[in-house]
Design a protein around this ligand. Structure first.
Ligand SMILES: *Cc1c(COP(=O)(O)O)cnc(C)c1O
Length: 370
């Protein structure tokens, strides 16, 4: 019998019995969405768990990004990274603002702060960095640049659930941070997302924006959209929260195991997380150097597929190379040499809490034997 395929990730599902208990309460209340009891409870519990002041739940991370840009009245140009999931840039364009791609740091794969300032023009109003693979950006430098140039900072923290630096949540950085709770993320509500903000006033503004601008039954105070999370998602989230620490711990064991197993292989490198960072092990990216390893990234990717192992080339193609962006923005190939190089070399290996050690052994063995 053919082995079950191993995908890059597999969502954690809480015990069905526990979810049914929540469903029974939803059936009793007949309250399915619109700031219901589980929605309120999840906002409260998540803020406490993550160590942030305010959280606004959303139906997905992309709508959360779009609303975040609206909430800060971003106009003109937004400096961002091409090395991310397309939603990062799409949200900028949906807001009728222009993405300006900045190259990344070769060690962290995050926006390189030393290359931001040369891209600032009188039209620039914000910086939108991404904590790629949950690895924290250089927030001190980004903050300093934003302050001097009077720019807003919105972090796409879709990968950074519960990541801390020196004991503090990195979600408190910048003006706003957004999270994604998509099924493929460390913490999921099937589909879902959130904006983290610092004060009551901003939370109110975002809550209006995600609910058509309704302030009460008859009053519409802003041109809002529908970004609401429903009660089924929120209940699912409450259950996820119960298990998330344990699941992150299991991911850590897997990541450590990969690190050990891959350490000696010529031409394979992996992301180094700084010791003061509490990581979430959301992804396990490796870089494949063809000269030293002997195979191109795509050759290894195809080879793993023949063994029923489905790694993913996150993030390839680079956002700036998708035709919709290549033809329509001021992104210039030569400015993005590091990002282009990493996008050609990166491969994300399977990682999820229920991945078994014997399967990791197989994956490492396939990488070793060329
Ligand atoms: C997943 C993801 C998003 C989008 O989140 P959705 O909840 O799927 O809409 C945005 N940015 C990054 C970097 C992501 O990985």
């Amino acid at each position: 019998m053919k082995k079950k395929p191993i995908l890059v990730t597999q969502p954690f599902l809480p015990p069905l019995k526990e979810f049914i208990a929540y469903l029974e309460r939803i059936w009793d209340s007949k309250w399915l969405t619109n700031n219901g009891q589980f929605h309120q409870q999840l906002e409260k519990e998540l803020a406490e768990f993550l160590g942030v002041n305010h959280i606004c739940l959303f139906n997905n991370g992309t709508i959360a990004l779009m609303v975040a840009l609206r909430a800060l009245d971003i106009t003109g140009e937004v400096i961002t990274t091409p090395f991310s999931f397309v939603a990062t840039t799409h949200s900028i364009v949906w807001n009728k603002t222009t993405p300006i791609f900045c190259d990344i740091d070769p060690q962290t794969y995050n926006l390189d702060p030393t290359k931001i300032e040369e891209l600032i023009t009188p039209q620039t109003s914000a910086i939108l960095p991404v904590h790629v693979y949950g690895n924290p950006c250089d927030n001190e430098k980004i903050q300093a640049i934003a302050q001097i140039n009077n720019l807003k900072v919105i972090y796409d923290a879709a990968h950074a659930f519960n990541v801390k630096k020196a004991g503090n949540s990195i979600l408190n950085w910048g003006d706003l941070s957004i999270l994604s709770f998509h099924a493929t993320k460390v913490f999921n509500t099937i589909e879902g997302g959130a904006i983290i903000c610092h004060d009551e006033e901003m939370k109110q503004k975002i809550d209006y924006l995600k609910n058509f601008g309704f302030a009460d039954e008859t009053k519409v105070v802003t041109v809002g959209t529908n970004g609401k999370m429903n009660e089924f998602q929120a209940a699912f989230g409450l259950l996820q929260l119960k298990y998330v620490e344990e699941n992150i711990q299991k991911r850590k064991v897997i990541a450590d195991y990969y690190c050990k197993g891959l350490a000696e292989i010529e031409g394979i490198t992996y992301l180094k997380i700084k010791p003061n960072v509490k990581h979430n092990y959301s992804y396990f990216p490796i870089l494949i150097d063809k000269e030293k390893y002997g195979l191109f990234r795509d050759e290894l990717y195809e080879k793993l597929k023949t063994h029923n192992i489905y790694s993913r080339r996150y993030f390839y193609p680079l956002i700036s190379n998708f035709p919709v962006y290549k033809e329509n923005t001021s992104a210039c190939e030569s400015n993005l040499s590091i990002a282009n190089k990493i996008a050609e070399q990166v491969l994300c290996l399977p990682i999820y809490s229920e991945l078994e050690i014997k399967d990791i052994d197989r994956i490492i063995a396939y990488i070793k034997i060329k």
